[in-house]
Design a protein around this ligand. Sequence first.
Ligand code: AMP
Ligand code: MG
Length: 405
Amino acid sequence: MLTVAQARERILAGIQALPPLELRLQDALGAVLADDVRAPHALPRFANSAMDGYAVRSRDIEKASEAHPVVLRLIGEIKAGEGDRLKIEAGSCARIMTGAPIPTGADAVVPIELARGEGAEVAVLATPPVHGHVRPAGDDVHSGDLVVAEGSELGAAEIAMLASLGISPVMVRPRPRVAIVVTGDELVDVEVDPEPGRIRDSNSFALRALVTEAGGDPVPYRTVGDDLEEVTDVLREAAAAAALVVSAGGVSVGRYDFVKEAVERLGSIEFWRVAMQPGKPVVSGRIGEKPFLGLPGNPVSVHIGFEQFVRPVLRKMQGRTELLRPVIPASLTQPLHKRPGRLHFVRVALKQGPDGVLATPIGKQGSHIQSSLIGCDGVARFDIDQTELHPGDLVDVEVWRVPAG
Ligand code: AMP
Ligand code: MG
């Protein structure tokens, strides 16, 4: 049986980044940049004032003080948005607003609070340093600087930077469309009160949320009964409309588990089963050209299988550089034991302790125990051949979110 790392490597080897497309900057939040962006010009583009005040030649007012003000001739005013039209000569100054270009000849700004203007004269009460309160061209970014790297997700900061540099439309990778197919004769819709023996479908909700959080676009399909023809039809339809097909349920060894057979009909199976718990009977394959991942139906298996395999695939399709969750060492607070042979993903809550992060396993760990996904900050890896872990042992935790408390 493949290890989790081997399985993931094999899956990712068959995945390419989606072809880039152009988006207007206002539509690009959350998209992933397809190329490095270099600054086409400096920021600020021109030297400008950091204060409302007076643009001066600093050597004119070297000796200015409260007791001995230096009086300058006021030759005009420069508002933000105006071009450079004034020239500051010896003994003169111009009123200037924040963001307005520093006029020719000036090399500093005296803040309004350190001067007294009367008519055409300004008494300067203190000496600003040379270049004081001037924001020089290129202070923030030089022309040609790499400002946002390929593979970066565009958040508020990146989008604002690209706006300052006039970069719209922008080349990004699209959100991958992910077809979601859930199987099981027992499933009813959320709004239906299940008859005896039937249950509400939660996996399609989980998968839609997980896909969206991972940067994909979920495309839900109708719930499929445990019937080979029906499973085959829906998977064929799903693959035609998406970059990736993800299913839940029907991949185990039961008499009514038809997903593998359907995928074999429509394409091929690359592997089945991974040495992990929960989620062992995961299937990887192709439906036509499209990658397919079949997760077992237990709700926690869906969640863990998504984290281990689907999320990295979606991130690779988006051209992201970091495919996996961050891993941190944490100190286990409770003992754990298991049989060797499978890597267990233990749902944990994380907390900052006096000497580092503490990881506390949450409740029961069965693959049907949905309640221990609530309040879960990540999973501790209980390694394949380990059988005992003791309180205080350091474990590797794959962090899903920054803990609440
Ligand atoms: P399976 O992998 O099809 O054998 O399903 C394993 C377990 O997960 C069974 O107890 C199913 O009833 C349950 N299950 C399957 N699909 C879903 C679903 N969509 N929502 C909630 N539970 C499910
Ligand atoms: Mg089933």
